[in-house]
Design a protein around this ligand. Structure first.
Ligand SMILES: Nc1ncnc2c1ncn2[C@@H]1O[C@H](COP(=O)(O)OP(=O)(O)O)[C@@H](O)[C@H]1O
Ligand SMILES: [Mg+2]
Length: 274
């Protein structure tokens, strides 16, 4: 089966003299996986996500979506950044439908019968998403500054979901939220993932979050300060993950992430069981 996302021998270097950020990254991600990407700040997690989005090109290697290179962002991939940016002068409803409408119509395609029909459909779907993300119908007419940070982030997620991307890319999308809202959002995204079968690539530097959300956790880490990050660990997470396995996995992931070599014998037993 062709993987939905194939990352082939990727290297990324910036600047002169070039500083290698990612090196020798090979990954095959199948449709429906929920992949969490962990790693320390600066190890290249956001860079990897932007490569999959198509907003950036690698210095070497290829990224294939269903076997084909997509060199620009398009509707196959939705993107939720850490700092969500809603349009302050658009209502919640207009913000949610914005991405889908812009993706579908150029300026010249507006005001045709098809435009008005699709616009009605997007609005009906947006109201459905509004309920699914836990907002009220009356919130549709509000403006972003009338919503809490957590609600704004939900709107940003609904905006990304309305375009029905096969791949959803989320870059530390919950890290600015307070702990209660963050937990709620984690539950919500798991539910939406189960219901829609969307393939998710979720960057976080929170190990617990990665283990709670992911069916697979990838750790990026550098072998030395001068080298680019590689895939230091690629772990399938048992579904459901038992509470008593969690602390052990957290320690293992954090150790690999920090590039600490020595192993804890108990962790190795669990690893060998996989
Ligand atoms: N466009 C860019 N130009 C130059 N350096 C960059 C650029 N984007 C990222 N970097 C550098 O690449 C490294 C990895 O960045 P990033 O992918 O944002 O890491 P992370 O998301 O894991 O914190 C950092 O050292 C950052 O400064
Ligand atoms: Mg980042």
């Amino acid at each position: 089966m062709i993987p939905l996302i194939q990352i082939e021998d990727i290297r990324v270097a910036y600047g002169t003299p070039p500083k290698t950020v990612l090196d020798g990254i090979d990954l095959a991600i199948q449709e429906g996986e929920f992949v969490c990407v962990l790693g320390q700040t600066g190890c290249g997690k956001s860079t990897l996500l932007r490569l999959v989005l198509g907003s950036e090109r690698p210095s070497q290697g290829h990224i294939l979506i269903e076997g084909r290179e997509h060199l620009q962002p398009d509707r196959t991939r939705g993107y939720v950044p850490q700092k969500y940016s809603l349009f302050p002068d658009k209502t919640v409803l207009d913000n949610i439908t914005f991405g889908a409408e812009v993706g579908e119509f150029s300026l010249f395609g507006c005001f045709t019968p098809r435009y008005f029909r699709l616009r009605r459909e997007y609005r009906a779907q947006a109201m459905d998403y509004l309920r699914r993300i836990g907002l009220r119908e009356s919130d549709a007419a509000k403006y972003p500054d009338q919503l809490s940070g957590g609600m704004q982030q939900r709107v940003a997620i609904a905006q990304a979901l309305l375009t029905q991307p096969r791949i959803l890319l989320m870059d530390e999308a919950f890290s600015a939220l307070d702990p209660g809202t963050r937990q709620e959002m984690q539950r919500l995204i798991r539910e939406l993932w189960r219901a829609t079968g969307t393939t998710i690539l979720f960057v976080t530097h929170n190990t617990q979050e990665a283990l709670y959300l992911g069916t697979r956790v990838i750790v990026l880490a550098r072998e030395s300060p001068d080298s680019g990050s590689r895939v230091a660990l690629d772990l399938r997470i048992p579904q459901p993950c038992h509470e008593n396995e969690m602390p052990c996995l957290v320690r293992k992931l954090e150790r690999v992430s920090a590039n600490l070599p020595e192993a804890d014998p108990q962790e190795d037993t669990i690893h060998a069981m996989r």
